[in-house]
Design a protein around this ligand. Structure first.
Ligand SMILES: [Zn+2]
Ligand SMILES: [Zn+2]
Length: 512
């Protein structure tokens, strides 16, 4: 059969087989259309039994363990892949499944009809469906086999010392750390609800160590590339002798097999039943919250028996309710490591500020707030709900100081401006919600202009307030919400901060 394949492939140079027939309880790739079908039309995909005498290719094993890849992702000849399949080491799954004649993408779970497109497919020679939702990871169509590994996982030697970190956990961190270790060992789910600045990364170390020590595979996933880039060196330093794969769009370690993986949630789309422990950081952050495919990917990347740890400073309303009624297992770190309370936001009414902006003006109390910061040389972040409003406000504020800058998501100088802010070269930085999380400046005040806007959800406002007072040397900072009418979200955000502070005091984690 392999010879048949080779000769056919020579005939159609560059072509990849994409039609199959089932023969002797085995899927056989075909080039000819006669009697063959695209994989999605084959009822049940047979899985040959594992042949223990077969000598498999360890590079294929490393590449495929815990993955679901396309033929295009595999730099191996088709004959070799098929040979591994026939000996039970490789699995083929349908890229698209049909349920009641409706397509479902096996990789990203998409089942919305408008996210599928049809095209005349040169690979199967039919009009073929493909998924538009996960297109950026390579096209999945109705004739695409998703390829996985069915053999054992690669062996790796454990170093004598797994965890090299020698720091001390705060009492609040310790409690959470113990719970994480338990969840890892018992393979359960746990939400770690840690206030901004609690030091949540260190809370994971013992759990990761315990997983690695029992040869478990661990993934720390997060919606944002920035966070992957920030976590990678920290985890590499904490686990100096463990191989760490850092995966994000454009990273070079895409095919590295490692016991510890740090990845964007997008990258999880390439994994299938891979991890014994997944730690999902910033579960409430965009785009994870609104992209069903990313949530699907996180579930699919877990082994059926595995631990799932969710980390956030701001769980959404549904999760908060589930915590309250005991439906969701959780632990809190209600206080920052420096034992000072979280700054509580002040609400200040500023009238119809957008109308003023149209006349090239800003409300007096906002101008006074800015001027105060400039006079006292206290750095500050000023949040705006939309770019065009921010850009309208910039020249007005620059009359107070020409060094004031503004930053937003698509700003090509974003990194540069953040760095200048760190270097204290910028006295005041205007920003959209892009800086609501992730960035830490040691000594700043924070204000929101137009806190009534829909974009400022409870969690966005808690995160924004969480930018202030992060460092031990400057544990407080003013947080002001300028508004044209208080919203539910503003009230809930303030309440959440107060509740955490009270809990911190009650548990002896805040000095009063
Ligand atoms: Zn096709
Ligand atoms: Zn898809």
């Amino acid at each position: 059969m392999l010879n048949f394949l080779k000769s056919n492939l020579q005939k159609r140079k560059g072509a990849v087989y994409v039609r199959f027939l089932v023969k002797d309880n085995c899927l056989v790739p075909q080039i000819e259309r006669d009697h063959s079908l695209p994989i999605s039309q084959i009822q049940t995909i047979p899985q040959p039994a594992l042949n223990p005498d077969f000598s498999y290719n360890p590079n294929l094993q490393k590449l495929l363990t815990g993955k679901q890849l396309l033929l295009d992702d595999l730099p191996f000849p088709i004959e070799e892949i098929q040979n591994h399949y026939e000996n039970g080491y490789i699995t083929y799954r349908k890229g698209i499944e049909y349920k009641r004649n409706r397509p479902i993408c096996s990789r990203c779970g998409n089942k919305a009809e408008n996210w599928f497109a049809r095209f005349p497919c040169s690979r199967c020679g039919e009009i073929c469906y493909y998924c538009r939702k996960c297109l950026m990871m390579g096209r999945i169509s109705a004739c695409t086999p998703l390829i996985g590994w069915n053999g054992t996982a690669p062996e790796h030697q454990l170093p004598e010392t797994i965890l090299g970190w020698k720091g001390q956990l705060s009492p609040g961190q310790q409690t959470a750390s113990k719970r994480v270790v338990e969840a890892v060992q018992n393979m359960t789910e746990l939400l770690v609800w840690a206030v901004c600045g609690a030091g949540k990364t260190e809370v994971l170390f013992a759990g990761i160590e315990s997983a690695l020590a029992s040869k478990k595979r661990v993934c720390v996933a997060t919606p944002r590339t920035d966070v992957v880039l920030e976590l990678t060196p920290r985890l590499k330093a904490a686990f100096p002798e463990i191989n760490v794969a850092s995966l994000y769009g454009g990273s070079e370690e895409r095919h590295l097999y490692a016991p510890l993986t740090i990845a964007t949630t997008h990258q999880l789309l390439r994994f299938y039943h891979a991890f014994d422990t997944i730690i999902l950081d910033e579960v409430d952050a965009f785009p994870y919250t609104i992209e069903d495919s990313l949530q699907f990917a996180a579930v699919q990347a877990r082994k059926p028996d595995s631990a799932m740890i969710y980390l956030t400073a701001t769980p959404n309303e549904k999760w908060q309710r589930e915590c309250r009624i005991g439906k969701r297992d959780f632990t809190t770190i209600p206080a920052r490591f420096h034992r000072y309370p979280l700054p509580v936001p002040h609400f200040k009414w500023c009238g119809n500020w957008q109308k003023q902006l149209k006349k090239d003006k800003l409300p007096v109390n906002i101008l006074t707030w800015v001027k105060d910061r400039l006079d006292h040389k206290k750095q500050a972040l000023l949040f705006f709900p939309h770019i065009h409003l921010m850009e309208k406000a910039l020249p007005i504020l620059r009359r107070l100081s020409p060094k004031i800058e503004a930053v937003h998501a698509e700003d090509p100088n974003r990194k540069n401006k953040v760095q200048k802010m760190r270097n204290k070269e910028i006295p005041l930085l205007l920003t959209t919600t892009i800086l609501e999380r992730g960035v830490t400046f040691p000594n700043i005040d924070v204000a929101v202009v137009g806190a009534e806007d829909d974009i400022f959800t409870e969690s966005a406002l808690v995160q924004i307030a969480g930018r202030a007072g992060r460092s031990r040397d400057f544990p407080d900072g003013a947080v002001t919400f300028f508004h044209y009418g208080k919203t539910e979200d503003m009230l809930k955000a303030r309440k959440q901060i107060n509740t955490m502070n009270q809990e911190g005091v009650r548990k002896g984690l805040i000095d009063v």
